[in-house]
Design a protein. Sequence first.
Lengths: 678, 439
Amino acid sequence: MITETKELLENIIKPYSAILFLNNKVAGILIILITFMNYRIAVSGMIAIASILLFAKLIEFKSEYFSEGFYIYNSLLVGMGIGFIFPLSYISISLIVIASIFTFLLSFMLNRLFSVYSLPILSLPFSIITILIYLASYKYIGHTAVTFENGTSFYNLALPSFLSSFFRSVGTIFFLPNALSGLLLSLIVLYFSRILFIIMVTGFYFGVAVHAVFLGSYESALLNPYNFNYIIVATALCGIFLLPTIRNFFIAMMGVLISVVISDALHTIFYYYGIPVFTLPFNMTVTAFIFVLSMLYYKEFNYNIKSTPEESLSYYLSNIFRFGSNQIKISLPFSGEWSVYQDFNGEWTHKGKYKYAYDFVKTKHNKTYKAEGLFLTDYYAFGESILSPISGYVIDAREDLSDNIIGEVDRVNNWGNYIIIKSDLGFYIEISHLMQYSLHVKIGDYIKLNQIIAKCGNSGYSPEPHIHIQVQEIGVINAFTKKFTFSEYYVEKQLLFNHLPKKGELIRNVIVNKNVHSRLIFILDDVLHYDIYEDGEKKATTSFTVCMNVGGEFYFEDEKNNKLFFYADHLMFYFYHYTGEKSALQQLFILAPRIPYIHKDGIYFTDYLPINLLYSKLKTMKIELLSTINKNFYKIEKCYTYNTYSLSSDLGEVTFSPHNKGFQTICYQNTKLIRKEP
Amino acid sequence: MHYEKPTINKIDFAMGSKYGSPVKTQKIRTNIAGINVNELTEKYGSPLFVFTEQEIEDKYNTLYEAFSTRYSDVEFGWSYKTNYLNEICRIFHKLGSCAEVVSEFEYQKARALGIEGKDIIFNGPYKPKEDLKIAVQEGAKIHIDHLFELNDLEEIAEELNIQIPVAIRVNMDTGIYPQWSRFGFNYENNEALEAVERMHQNGKLILNGLHAHIGTFMLDAKAYGMATEKLMHLKAIIENQFGYEIEYIDLGGGFASKSNLKGVYQSSEVIIPTADEYADAITNAIYDNNRSKKLPKLYLETGRHLIDEAGYLLSSVWGYKRFPDGKKGYIMDAGVNLLYTSNWYNFNIELDKRYEGENELSMLNGPLCMNIDIIEENIMLPPLNRGTVLSISPVGAYNYTQSMQFIRYKPAVVLIDKEGNTRVIKEVDDLDTVNYKEV
C-alpha cells in the first residue's frame, strides 16, 4: 500500500519537473505550488493527471511505462492549457478529461513511432491536442477569447521590461505568464542546474535580439508571447538531448534562430484561427536536430540523459576519461613483450582504407632477430603464440600459405594466412601473416579473450615475421578498417587503459587472471561485514550488501542506504557511481575505482574520479561549469599502485585476500575497515 | 629385409635468383652473449660448455609470466637432473625456484647449496630408506612412487612417531604415445585411489599433494590439459572420500625446448608449443575442474625448456679427411661423450665466421676412437680448417649431466653473467679428478 501511494505521488510530481527538463521530486513539488498562482491552472493540471492515472488503471497500463514521464506531462500540459482559457465548469472539466486521455493515447502512439528513429516525442502531442481543443471550443458555450493575460497579471513584478519579459516567458511554459512565477521557476532551475539556467537566459535573449533585428522593433520582439520557445529549444539542444558543451552551445543558438522564424511563420497561419502556436516551433526545431545528429552518431550527443545537464556531462566525461568513451576496444593479440612496428597511418602499408591497423614484432636489444637475421627461425616473433584480442566467433580463416623466406614477400596473397573473428560486440577483427598450418581453431568456433589461436608467421606481404591486426566493419578480407584502441596494456610497470602505443614502443599484454576475477564476482545478497577502527580503536561496524535496481545495475548498499554502483567486465571490476552521504562506501570508490584482473606486483595506473567524490559542493559546481568550456577541467588524475593483494594511493589502501571474495581491509585517513566474518 | 623408420632431412641449398646466390647458406655465430667464441676457446680451452645467465633468466621469466599471470599460486622446482652444475642451480634458486631432486645424491646436492628441506621436492622411483628418513625429518615434499616406498614411509612414521605429509605420483593416459606408466600409481585402473585408501586406513601419512609427470619433449600442450583435468578429478574424489586437503598439484616437466628432433622436418618454432600454450592448457584445466573452495598451489618441474637454449658447446676442428664415398669428414675435439642428446636431436651448428667456398656434404665426428662418435652425419659445410670453432646448440639440458668421462677429460664450463663477464664455473678435469677415490 505504501509503495503504491509512493508510486502514485511520484507519478503526480514527476511530470511537473519533467516539463523543465529536471528529474527531481522537490522541484516537482515546488512547481505544483507555483501553479496555484492561478488555481484554474493548478486544478485543471491535477484533473488531467487524475484522468490519466484512472484511465491507465482501466486499461491496465503497465506502471513501468510511467517512469519515462512523457506519457503524463503532455497530458498535464494539455490540462493546464484548457484551464488557461476556460473557467472551471463541467464543460471544461469534461474537455480536460477527454483531451488528456487522448493526449495520453497519442503520446504512446507517437512514442512507438518515434522510437524507431530514437527520437523523443517532446511536447508534440500537447501541441497537436491543444490546437484541436482550441479549435473545437469555438463552438462551445463558455469559451472566452484567447488571452495570455489571464488573471495572473497581479503577480507581475515591478521589474525592467527586459527582465520581466524573460521571467514571463519562463512562466508561460506553465501557462503562468507573469514575472513572479517565472522568477520562482528560474530560481528552481538555478538551484538544480546552473548550466540549464545560463542556457535558458542566453537562449532567450539571443532569440529576442535576432527577432528584434528581423522585426525592426526591440519592444515587440521582447513582448512576443512565444519567446518561451527559445528557452526550451536552447536547453533541449545544449544540456538535455545534447551535452552542455561549447559546440552544442552554437548548435543550440542555431536552433533558437530557426525557432524564431518558425514561430513567426506558424503565427501568421494560426492567428487566422485565433489559436496560439504553443510549443510547435520547439518541437519542429529540436526534432529535426536530434534526428540528424543521432543518425550521424554525433559525438556530443547525450546518450544517457541524467537528471541535470551537470550530471549528464559528468557521466559523459567520466566515460571518456575512465573508459575511453564508446570506441571499439580490443586487447593485444600476444603475450610477453612486443614492440610496435607500424601504427595507424603507418609509413609502409597502413594507408588509405587500411590506415587503422597495427603491426607488432618481438625485439631484444632493439633487434627483431638473433644472429644475422637471415633465417626465419632467427626472428624472435616467429612461432610465438597469437592470442585472441576479443571474444567471438571465427568466421573466416586461411592457413595454407607458406611462410616466406627472408627477403621475399607474397604479393599475390597480401594478407597471407589470416583469421577473421566476429566480436560479440559486432565488429570484426582481422589478424594476418599467421604461420602456415598453425591455426588452433576453425571456422565456426567460439573463442574467448586471450585464447591461443595461432602462431606468428611470415606469410603474405610480410618481409619479416610479425602480427598484423585491424578492426573492420564487415567480416571479409580486404575490408575498410575502423578506428580502435587497446583496452589494457603495460608499458614497463605502468598499466594503460584505452591507449594506442606509438611506433617502437615496448608493450606487454594483460592476461586475465581468472583467480583474481573470481574474487571480484559478487552475487546478489552477498554481504561484506566490517569493523570500523578509528586511530586503532574499534568504533563501529558496517556491512555492504550487494543489490540490484530495476535498471539491472548492481551496487553495494550500507545501512544508511548509501549506494555504490559497480560493474565487472571481462578485464576489470570498477565502480562508476555513488549516491549518498560521506561514508566508507564512498571512500571505497575513491580508493579502488577499478581493479584489473591481474596478478602482478608494482603495477601503477591512473584513473579519473567523478569530481563530486573529491571536492565540496561549491568547487564541484565550479568545475562542472568550467568543463562545459573545456573538458580537461574535469580531468582530475589519481595514481594507484597495484600489488597482488593490495591497491594503494596517496588517499589510502584497499587490500584483498587470496581466498576470500571482496575487500579485506579499507584504509583511509585515520580510519580502517577490517573484514570480519558475520 | 628389416624395417627402417623413415626420416626426412631438410637439406639447405642456395636458391638461385637474379641477385645470384643468397648468402644464407652458412649459419654463423661469432659470439655468445656478446663474447667472441674464438676468444672463449683461446682463454678457456676447447671443447668448452658455455652458459648465459641472460638467456636462462629470459626463458624463466617468460615461462613464469605465462603461468603466474594466468594463475596466482605457482612455483617452479628446478629439475636437478637436467643440469646440476652448482652455479646453474643457484641461478634458478635465485629466480625463485625450489629444488626438484630424484635421488639421494641430488637431495644432498640441494641441501649443500643451502636449500631447506621444505623447499625440496623429492621424486624418483629409488629413494634409499635412510635418505628418505632424513628427507622426512627435514620436511621435504616426498612424492611416493610405489607401494614399497609407501611401506617405507609408514615405517618411518612409526619410528619417528609422527604423521608424514606426502604426495603421490600418478600416471595416466593423456592421449599421447608412448604413455609413461612406469612411474607412480595408475589413474585409470584405480591404483592411485587404492594407494590413498590404504594410506588413509593406516593413518600414518597425510596426503596433501598429487604429482604427474606425463612425458618428455611433449609436443602437444593438450596432453597437459588432460593430465591436469585427471589430477583435479582425483583431487576432488580424494577430498570427498577421505577428507584430505590436497594443497598442491605438480605437473612435472617435459616441456619441449627449441631443439630439432631427429626425423622431424619442420623447424622447432613450428612444432613446439609456446610457453603460453602449456600455461593456457594447464591453468584452464585447473579452473574448469576445481571443485574445492581453495585453488591448489601449482608446481612445475620444467628443466629442459628452461635451460636447453642457454647452453652451447664450443668445439674446434682438429682435422679432416675425405672418405672413400667422397664425403668430407671433420675430426672435432668434442663428440658423443659430451653430447648424449645427439642421439635424438639435430643440433644447430654454427660457424665462427664466414668461410670462402661452396658448401659440400660433410660429417662431423668426435675425438673418440669409436665408430659411433658422430655429432652430425650429413651437414652442408664450406671448407673448414684446423682451429675453426663450431657452436653447437642447444645443449643446456642433460648434456652436461649425462656427459661421461670417457677417453678424454670432461671439459670446462663457463658462465657469461648478465653484465657480460665470463667466469669458469667448472674447471677441466685432470688425472687427479679421474683417479680420485681409485686405489
